[in-house]
Design a protein around this ligand. Structure first.
Ligand code: PHE
Length: 356
């Protein structure tokens, strides 16, 4: 058999096939059951023994060549079909695809992370406490008497088992003191407690039922020397708060203290910062006063130290309770607290994370 002649014939037939169906038909003719190419390969058995190796080798070569040519022709027509389809749908394969959407940090998380970094760099340690809290830690241990208005059910989410959703991060002050004192730990002590708190509030532009605070607590032993006693004082509090606000608001800040009442601090303060929007000149955000109330703070009440297991004659300290939403709103100029939990991705994806 002239297998080279056969090969030429088949290759020509493949080249002549004018469309996909023609190629399919040809494939059946050459490689189907009783296909011409396969029959040719099988015909080796009818040859005398000594001719078989040479023929077998040549036949296999032809089979491979024809098979390859057929596959290439088939691919060619498939590609043409695909292009037709693509053109029909105006699909432009050179157009860049949709950009993959990556997640973004929540602005509260961004600011909380920055604050945690800052305070840990100043030697503070991070403490955590439960969101479901006992009445004892949330109120009694913090010198909040049973008839204090903060206890009324309109402010506090009470649970049926007698516990409650913590209304602030301050309970972790006493939890931390008690634990460390029990472990024999001696102040100085510097802790921060970032965490979620809950109040039964009517939600509006400036109030949310769930919000984030960061508590700070610093306690140290009073040093008694020739020139009197020194310990943690309001000066330490002011310095710490100024440092913190300068970093978070990314500018130099002025602060001032006004008296504020919280049963667990004495004296208690409201700390104001000069308005970032008008640099203290007076604008609508600061209601023309030049100051913005930023956080409550004060010197730890002796009863709280006592409850924590420390002698208030020997130790003093300061505490603050920063409302994180408030700081985030000031930092980014956000005017409605409801954005934070509104779940609107257009709002949430705008906050670039500062590389840490
Ligand atoms: N826990 C107080 C609140 O949420 C804030 C505060 C903390 C005040 C620490 C003084 C000292 O209202």
């Amino acid at each position: 058999m002239d297998i080279t002649g056969k090969q030429d014939e088949w290759l020509q037939a493949i080249a002549a096939a004018s469309d996909g169906p023609a190629v399919a038909e040809l494939e059946a003719r050459l490689f189907g059951q009783k296909g011409e190419v396969l029959e040719m390969v099988r015909s080796v058995t009818s040859l005398p023994r000594e001719e078989r190796p040479a023929f077998g080798k040549a036949a296999n070569g032809v089979k491979l060549t024809v098979d390859k040519a057929l596959a290439a022709r088939k691919d060619g027509f498939a590609q043409i079909e695909l292009n037709k389809e693509l053109n029909a749908t105006d699909f432009d394969p050179t157009e860049p695809g949709p950009r993959a959407r990556t997640g973004a940090m929540h602005p509260i998380t961004i600011v909380q992370n920055e604050l945690v970094d800052l305070f840990t760099s100043m030697g503070f340690q991070w403490e955590d406490g439960p969101e479901i809290e006992s009445e004892y830690f949330n109120f009694d241990a913090l010198n909040i008497p049973g008839d204090h208005p903060a206890r009324e059910s309109q402010d506090t989410f009470l649970l049926s088992d007698g516990n409650l959703l913590r209304t602030h991060t301050s309970p972790v002050q006493v939890r931390t003191l008690q634990r460390l004192v029990k472990q024999g730990f001696e102040p100085p002590l510097k802790v921060i407690v970032p965490g979620r708190c809950f109040r039964s509030e009517t939600v509006d532009k400036t109030h949310e039922h769930s919000f984030y605070q960061m508590e700070g607590l610093v306690v140290d032993r009073v040093q008694k020397g020739e020139n009197g006693a020194t310990g943690i004082s309001t000066a330490n509090l002011i310095h710490t708060m100024k440092t913190c606000l300068r970093v978070i608001l990314e500018r130099d800040v002025e602060v001032r203290l006004r008296p504020g009442f919280f049963p667990f601090v004495e004296p208690g303060f409201e700390l104001d910062v000069n308005c970032p929007f008008c640099s203290g000149k007076g604008c609508s955000v600061c209601k023309q006063s030049g100051w913005i109330e930023i956080l409550p703070c004060g010197m730890v009440h002796p009863n709280v130290l006592k409850e924590g297991g420390l002698d208030p004659e020997e130790y003093t300290g300061f505490a603050f309770g920063m409302g994180l939403q408030r700081v985030v709103m000031l930092r980014y100029g956000i005017d409605d607290i409801r954005h934070f939990m509104g779940g609107n991705l257009r709002f949430l994806s705008q906050f670039p994370e500062v590389p840490r």
